[in-house]
Design a protein. Structure first.
Length: 112
């Protein structure tokens, strides 16, 4: 059975070594998503990028990998995404960015 619904895609852009109270920020955000029973979260590690300060972070063969870009993606209902943003706001520092998009969710349930 195929189920369709409207939802939101939330993307959080941070750096690999961003921390909050000594804990890696991306791991803290994943833990918070689990606590709030979000539908799911995926963490992507970039190979190159820069942010607001324009410092280049890259996996170049002649450089050590340092502080690479991280993107976290969460898909859920608009209500749960809004609640999640309010919840994690305390962990986010200046200069980091979050984006949202309206999406159509198509879920396949072969058990029915």
């Amino acid at each position: 059975m195929i189920m369709q619904s409207k939802g939101k895609l939330l993307k959080i852009y941070i750096s690999e070594f961003d921390k909050y109270n000594g804990q890696l920020l991306y791991h803290l955000i994943v833990e918070q998503a689990k606590i709030l029973e979000m539908a799911g979260i995926t963490v992507y590690r970039g190979i190159e990028g820069f942010g607001g300060h324009h410092n280049l972070h890259t996996v170049h063969i002649f450089r050590l990998s340092d502080n690479l870009p991280i993107v976290l993606e969460i898909i859920d209902s608009e209500e749960k995404i809004d609640k999640f943003i309010s919840h994690i706001e305390q962990f986010i520092k200046d200069g980091l960015m979050i984006t949202q998009e309206n999406i159509n969710i198509i879920k396949f349930d072969k058990k029915r």
